[in-house]
Design a protein around this ligand. Structure first.
Ligand code: PNS
Length: 179
C-alpha cells in the first residue's frame, strides 16, 4: 500500500532544517505533501504564494514531493488528500510538549491518521524560522541555514522594513513641495 504523508507548517520562511525533514520523509514515504497553513490571523513575512513558490523551487529536485496549502483542521485536509501520516520535525525537548499535544489532539480528531516525528540533522537542531528572521532583522548572517533564495529575499524584505521604520518624518516644506 502506498503511504502518503503530509508535512504541515507555516514555513515563514522555509529553513534548511525543514528541507532536511522533507528529504528524510521523502525516503520513508511514497509521497510527501508539504502543506502550508493559510492563516489570515497570523501576519507572515512572506505571502502564501511566495512561500509556496520558494518551497516548490527548493524541493524541485525531490521527485515524490509536492507543495500545497490548507486551512481549517489539519486532519480534515489530510483526509481529503488521502494521507495517513502527518510528519512533524522534533528538534529538541522544548518542542516536545507542544508537538505531543498537537499529535494527541489530532489523534482524537481522527484516529486513522498517525503523527510521525522526525529528527533533523543536529546541524539544524537549534534552527527556527523565527530565529532566522530575528537574526536577519538585527544584521546577522543566516548563510547555510536557509536556501540562498530565502537569504536574498530576507535581506531585501527585512532591509526594506528597517528602512521604512527608520525613515524620518517629512518636514512641512518637504510635504508642501510634494504637493
Ligand atoms: O510550522 P508551525 O507553525 O509550527 O505549524 C503549525 C501547524 C500548521 C502544524 C498547526 O498550527 C496546525 O496544524 N494548524 C491547523 C489547525 C488545526 O488542525 N488545529 C488543531 C491541531 S491540534
Amino acid at each position: 500500500m502506498k503511504v502518503l504523508a503530509v508535512y504541515p507548517g507555516s514555513f515563514d520562511p522555509v529553513t534548511n532544517g525543514h528541507l532536511d525533514i522533507i528529504r528524510r520523509g521523502s525516503r520513508l514515504f511514497d509521497r510527501i505533501v508539504v502543506a502550508i497553513l493559510r492563516n489570515p490571523e497570523k501576519e507572515a513575512l512572506f505571502g502564501l504564494q511566495e512561500r509556496r513558490r520558494i518551497l516548490q523551487r527548493a524541493t524541485s529536485g525531490i521527485p515524490n514531493v509536492s507543495v500545497d496549502s490548507f486551512d481549517g483542521l489539519l486532519v480534515d485536509y489530510a483526509q481529503r488528500r488521502g494521507a495517513r501520516v502527518i510528519v512533524r520535525g522534533l528538534r529538541a525537548l522544548s518542542d516536545f510538549e507542544y508537538e505531543f499535544q498537537m499529535a494527541l489532539m489530532n489523534r482524537r480528531l481522527d484516529s486513522s491518521i498517525e503523527t510521525v516525528f522526525m529528527m533533523p540533522s543536529e546541524a539544524y537542531s537549534y534552527l527556527s524560522s523565527r530565529l532566522v528572521k530575528e537574526v536577519v532583522r538585527l544584521g546577522g548572517s543566516v548563510t547555510g541555514l536557509v536556501p540562498s533564495e530565502v537569504e536574498l529575499r530576507l535581506g531585501a524584505r527585512v532591509g526594506n522594513r528597517r528602512r521604512k521604520a527608520t525613515r524620518k518624518p517629512a518636514t512641512r516644506a518637504q510635504r508642501r513641495s510634494r504637493g
